[in-house]
Write a protein that binds this ligand. Structure first.
Ligand code: EPU
Length: 337
């Protein structure tokens, strides 16, 4: 079914809770409806919005917002070592993780409780606790309004990287992701190397899928604000990837600075949260916006009244404070519209 909403407030449709107006939102259940939607209901620019969890609206939205609602999980293949599933873009991500854990299928458990819809997962290649969505994605299905066609792109052609994919670049604004295919494993494959995850899992009795999921949910709940209570979009900034020499110079000055290998062996990934924290900004707020007191990477709508413009002005201050102290530019992870 297709549902159309006009001139509505979108504060309940974005996790930051900013009050902006959208000219038109089109929600649809079946992929077959897309052709008709583009022929009869869209005559200008459009954009796709899933759960609105990684987006900051700084003004009213004139483009038509398209919102996929298809939540189906279909088993495509099943053998002794794994199961391949095709999942509708509209399913809540964490419902998919729970579905997999319940069926003893490995691969998504470290990504428990990440807010958002399945269709958004490949766009920014969501990641946490040493795992990324790309580790399990095999295909991404999408609709191209230009050619009025459905296309399936294999994972190896999605240019996945750290919070990166082809959907943020050459395919941006050109396709609507309708479904994602995942290959999940029946073979136990716990990934427990990240921070205190191993300890948290041991406390719960060892590395079962259920214990890993519960440990991750507990860690996330202890560090990250619940968007239902405090508006936020998870990590507001990306962890910066710098030249090895830059990291070494900083490590000489700050020997305890967290740092991680990057995909490029000549580079090193630093922790933006640590850099912001070192600037004394953790818990700092101005007006209606602040840095979360338990995780400096997260900006929050402290009063529920922040406008997108206010959040972005605050974010720019955080970026320039980090640049002044460390000569490092931190980029936003959140999409700013
Ligand atoms: N740190 C501080 N102060 C802070 C925050 C972090 O000193 O306020 C230090 C931590 O002690 C740690 C290091 O920085 O040594 C890294 O912190 P953490 O393990 O909390 O992870 P992160 O790099 O801050 C990333 C992801 C999160 C993901 C966690 C866990 C990005 C941008 N963020 O955060 O993803 O949950 O790792 O894997 O890569 C998201 O994308 O929305 C998100 C929450």
């Amino acid at each position: 079914m297709v549902q159309i909403f006009e001139n509505i407030d979108i504060s309940s449709r974005n996790s930051f809770g900013v009050h902006q107006q959208a000219a038109k939102i089109i929600e649809f259940d079946n992929n077959a409806e897309l052709s008709d939607i583009f022929r009869n209901h869209i005559d200008g620019q459009w954009l796709v919005m899933g759960g609105g969890n990684n987006i900051l609206f700084t003004k009213d939205i004139e483009q038509t917002i398209i919102h996929p609602r298809n939540c189906d999980i279909t088993i495509v293949a099943d053998d002794s070592i794994g199961t391949t599933i095709r999942v509708g873009a509209g399913l809540e991500w964490d419902e998919l993780v729970e579905w997999a854990v319940e069926r003893n299928l490995w691969g998504l458990e470290n990504l428990s409780l990440i807010p958002g819809k399945v269709g958004a997962a490949p766009v920014q290649n969501i990641g946490a606790y040493g795992a990324e969505a790309k580790d399990c994605i095999t295909n991404v299905e999408m609709y191209s309004p230009q050619s009025d066609n459905f296309i399936t792109l294999a994972a190896e052609h999605c240019s996945f990287g750290y919070r990166e994919s082809v959907f943020k670049h050459s395919l941006k604004g050109r396709v609507i992701i309708t479904a994602v295919e995942f290959r999940l494993s029946k073979i136990e494959s716990p990934k427990l190397n990240y921070g205190d995850l191993c300890q948290e899992v041991e406390k719960r009795g060892g590395a079962t899928l259920r214990n890993i999921r519960e440990a991750i949910c507990a860690i996330r709940r202890s560090k990250l604000p619940d968007p239902a209570q405090t508006g936020n979009a998870g990590s507001f900034f990306k962890n910066p990837i710098v030249e090895r020499a830059v990291a070494e110079a900083l490590l000489a000055q700050y020997p305890n600075m967290p740092h991680y290998p990057a995909a490029d062996p000549e580079k090193v990934k630093l922790a933006a949260g640590w850099l912001i924290d070192q600037c004394g900004l953790k818990g700092y707020s101005e007006g209606n916006v602040g840095v979360h007191s338990r995780q400096a990477l997260v900006l929050i709508n402290t009063t529920g009244k922040a406008s997108g413009a206010e959040v972005i002005a605050f974010a720019r201050k955080v970026q320039s404070t980090v640049a002044e102290k460390f000569s490092i530019e931190i980029d936003t992870e959140v999409n700013i519209l």
